[in-house]
Structures are given as structure tokens and as C-alpha cells.
Design a protein. Structure first.
Length: 273
């Protein structure tokens, strides 16, 4: 089976014609399903873009949301809208609110939006700020210490949602594909060929989700985990333990691409360009 992977396509940076051409181009890939690791639009456009994607593809799409998908809105509002849309779609599955999905006899996909949770690096001292802190209602207007606590909680909630799904999937399948937006390990926070510095790490990694993945991978050492993430816009690979491989997506605003077509042959998971 073949899985197409998209991440950080940021369709709001394209005009209508360019967006149409990109969506049409997806059909040249004969995949059995699409995986999408977040950052498709903003709060006011995310549902419309997901519906456009659903109309274009002829196969299921398993997606998570990224931080940009909440811009100029609220987490609460976007979650409600996207959950409602996904419930009524027979093609789109929002992994954050979905059970593990079997893709083949020995492969399942699970996922969660995750959230860069302000734990790694230097969250209190860094001068780096994200637009998240000005454009997402729940993150706006807080002193740094309170902001970091809010991010900690978002990461904890993501890990609490994902942990039981990972366990369930790993008990039943030899391969588990995990889709999430923020890199869940420091070693996966690729940015322009380097691992992110302590100034960027708090906003570029979800430590809580990484811990949940590692706990499950240690318990299920025979299960292989392929983690697909985005957010930092630079490609890279990382393996925190022998049965966990993490791929971080490349991305350029205004130039969305298909990250990869991933082949599952029943006994292994291989990435094709
Ligand atoms: Fe992005």
C-alpha cells in the first residue's frame, strides 16, 4: 500500500489558480490514502481547504492540525468546527479525535495535533516569539510564565489523548504510523540543516508527545513506529531508539509539495521520494 504525505502546505499563501493547480496535481500520485501533518490554512479557511482537498482526492485522508490552522481564531472554535466537519465527511479523518485506523493487516495510523509545549530549551529566557502568541486567542496577552504553562497543558492534553491510542495500535499491529504537527523530539526539530537551538526549541518541539511515543515504543519493542511531523519547515530524520523513526517535513510558504510517497509492503515501511 502507498501513503502520500503532505505537511505545512499553507494553502492561504496561494492564489485561487495556484491552489487549484496544486490540488489537481495530487491526483497523479496513485496512493491508497493521504496523511497530512498540519498547517493547511488559518482559522477562517481551514475547514474550506480541507473540504477542497476532500473533493480532489479519491481516497481517505488522515489529518492533524498545526498551529497556523488556529491563527486569527481560537483553539476552541477551530476544534469545534473541524470536529463537526470531520464527523460528516466520509473521506476526511481528524486523527486527534479518531481511534487508531487500520490501514492494512499489520499497519495502523494514529495521530494528534500535538503542540509545541514550551518544555525543551529555554522557554522563559528566549527572546524568540511566535505569531501564535498574538494570533491565537487562548495564547494572546499572557506574561511569559503563564504562556508557558498554557503550552505545557496543551502538550499534556495531546499526550493524554495520544498515549492510549498508541498502546491500542501497538498491541494489534507490527507497524504504527504516527502523524503529529510539532516535532516530538529535540533531535527532530530540524531547521535549515541543524537541530533547533535552545531559543527555538520550546516553540518547535512537543516533549509530552515524544515521551508518550517513547514509553509505548519501549513497552512494544517489536513494533516499529514511523513518526511524521512538520512545523519547522526543514527536512530531516531522527531515530530516538531502534524501533522509532521520525521524519520532519520540508516546507516553503507558497510552494506546497508532496513530501513523500511511503510504501508499506507488509513487512517494512519504506520511504520513496
Ligand atoms: Fe508550517
Amino acid at each position: 500500500m502507498k501513503l502520500g504525505w503532505l505537511s505545512d502546505i499553507h494553502l492561504n499563501f496561494l492564489d485561487d489558480a495556484s491552489r487549484g493547480r496544486f490540488l489537481e496535481s495530487l491526483s497523479v500520485h496513485p496512493v491508497d490514502a493521504w496523511l497530512l501533518s498540519g498547517d493547511v490554512g488559518e482559522a477562517t479557511s481551514i475547514v474550506g481547504y480541507l473540504q477542497e482537498l476532500a473533493r480532489e482526492i479519491q481516497v481517505p485522508m488522515y489529518f492533524v492540525l498545526g498551529n497556523h490552522d488556529f491563527y486569527r481564531g481560537s483553539i476552541r472554535g477551530v476544534v469545534a468546527e473541524v470536529a463537526s466537519m470531520a464527523r460528516s465527511s466520509d473521506r476526511l479523518a481528524w486523527l486527534t479525535s479518531a481511534d487508531p485506523e487500520p490501514l492494512a493487516a499489520n499497519v495502523a495510523v494514529v495521530g494528534d495535533d500535538g503542540w509545541a509545549d514550551g518544555r525543551l530549551g529555554d522557554p522563559l529566557g528566549t527572546p524568540v516569539e511566535l505569531n501564535d502568541f498574538y494570533l491565537i486567542e487562548e495564547l494572546t496577552g499572557h506574561p511569559r510564565a503563564e504562556l508557558v504553562q498554557r503550552l505545557n497543558r496543551l502538550g499534556d492534553h495531546a499526550a493524554a489523548r495520544l498515549g492510549p491510542k498508541l498502546e491500542d495500535a501497538a498491541e494489534r499491529h507490527a507497524h504504527v504510523v504516527v502523524v503529529t504537527h510539532a516535532p516530538p523530539f529535540e533531535g527532530a526539530t530540524w531547521h535549515e540543516g541543524e537541530i533547533s537551538s535552545p531559543d527555538w526549541l520550546p516553540w518547535f518541539s512537543c516533549d509530552a508527545v515524544g515521551s508518550a511515543i517513547l514509553r509505548c515504543a519501549e513497552t512494544h519493542s517489536e513494533t516499529r513506529f514511523l513518526v511524521l511531523c512538520g512545523h519547522t519547515h526543514s527536512p530531516g530524520q531522527y531515530s530516538p531508539r531502534p524501533n522509532v523513526a521520525v521524519l520532519t517535513a520540508r516546507a516553503t510558504y507558497g510552494h506546497p509539495v508532496v513530501q513523500a510517497v511511503i510504501e508499506l509492503d507488509g513487512s517494512s515501511v519504506a520511504r520513496a521520494a
